[in-house]
Design a protein around this ligand. Structure first.
Ligand code: G3I
Length: 339
């Protein structure tokens, strides 16, 4: 049975509608994280515009890249991406206003008192969200604030401002761009576990008290050869959406062991396709799972080999922009009759 499914995924014809066209029939968004520097590469830009209807800067709107000195911002790379999105009628997400990584030295080494840090954050949120108002429809306001055991992570923000910083950031974000959808985004919180329990409790509390939170981003950095708890993921999405929240899959990739040339085995590529298919299914079956986004789209540019030596081939397109079995798996799921 599994072999037959793998064969179907590998042999599926590549002609026909793109992922984007199929997603639009489902009235959903299929997105990719993008490095604006690659947009000048013709196959990169052409594949992105053809197959996706949503983009998100992989790094360009993080605190360090966008706010490199206390009194200066660099909006140029993200503006380039916003112009690309406009030209190709794509939606754009923003990522991320507060995180514990990729912060500039002036911030991390500034020894700011709580009032100063608070003023810096408020100004940052106002400036960045104000700049992109009307162009970025949803923001990951806070990223990765919890540890895997559900406790609050020690970061420059939690240590400097106290545990109410998430709520405060959401309130400021709502003031800065009242039309933007505001997300909390995290990894290893896709299925029901201590971390997703903590996020659920926070979201429930925020909804009860009217703190502006519109959705939860589930990152989904997965690896093949692990058992993926699809049912538990579906249950987690259900409890979050039952609160009235949206859920978006924000950073999906499935890393594989690769040889020295970055090539994975056919068997692993088939397993990977089944995982992509399973995640697409979990999202599409929920009316409030409103976007399915991968962390990059070509294996040519992925964070995986840099962070996990010996692993790679994690995305929908190979390094030559050829569609992989994972791409066919996504297309299959988006075909109206197969869902
Ligand atoms: O831009 C500089 C460049 O000027 C410099 O020459 C070069 C030298 O190392 O570094 C470049 O910056 C790198 C940046 O990616 C852009 O390529 C940083 O060193 C590197 O740390 C950074 O890695 C990013 C990582 O977040 C940082 O934590 C990855 O690209 C990005 O994919 C990754 O994304 C995160 C999400 O934001 C949150 N969820 C997890 C995900 C994977 O870690």
């Amino acid at each position: 049975m599994i072999r037959l499914a793998l064969l179907c995924l590998v042999l599926h014809p590549l002609s026909g509608q793109s992922l984007r066209e199929l997603a639009e029939q489902h009235k959903t968004r299929i997105g990719a994280a993008v490095a604006p520097a690659h947009l000048g590469e013709e196959p990169y830009a052409a594949t992105l515009a053809r197959e996706f209807n949503q983009v998100q800067p992989e790094n360009a709107t993080k605190f360090g890249p966008v706010h490199p000195a206390r009194d200066s911002y660099n909006f140029v790379p993200a503006d380039t991406l916003a112009a690309f999105a406009r030209e190709h009628q794509m939606a754009m997400r923003g990522h991320t206003l507060l995180w514990h990584r990729q912060n500039p030295r002036w911030l991390t080494e500034g020894n700011f008192k709580p009032e100063e840090l608070s003023a810096i954050l408020h100004e940052h949120i106002n400036s960045v969200m104000g700049h992109f108002a009307g162009q970025i429809y949803a923001w990951d306001v806070v990223n990765e604030a919890f540890n895997d055991d559900g406790t609050l992570r020690h970061t420059i923000w939690s240590d400097g401002l106290g545990p109410a910083y998430i709520e405060q950031a959401l309130r400021w974000a709502h003031e800065a761009d009242p039309k933007a959808l505001l997300f909390y985004n995290d990894y290893s919180a896709e299925a029901i576990n201590a971390k997703s329990d903590a996020i659920y409790k926070m979201a429930q509390d925020f909804k009860t008290r009217g703190v502006p939170l519109d959705g939860i981003g589930l990152q989904m950095h997965l690896r093949a050869r692990e058992s993926i708890p699809f049912e538990s993921m579906a249950a987690n999405i259900k409890r979050l959406t039952d609160l009235g929240l949206q859920v978006q899959i924000t950073e999906l990739d499935v890393r594989l062991p690769v040889d020295a040339s970055g090539v994975a085995s056919r068997g692993d590529l088939g397993l990977q396709a089944l995982i992509y298919r399973g995640i697409a299914r979990v999202c599409l079956l929920s009316a409030r799972c409103t976007a399915l986004q991968t962390w990059g789209f070509t294996d040519k540019y992925s964070w995986i080999p840099g962070e996990y030596p010996g692993f790679g081939a994690a995305l929908l397109f190979d390094a030559n922009y050829g569609p992989k079995a994972s791409y066919n798996a996504f297309r299959d799921l988006l075909m109206p009759s197969i869902k």
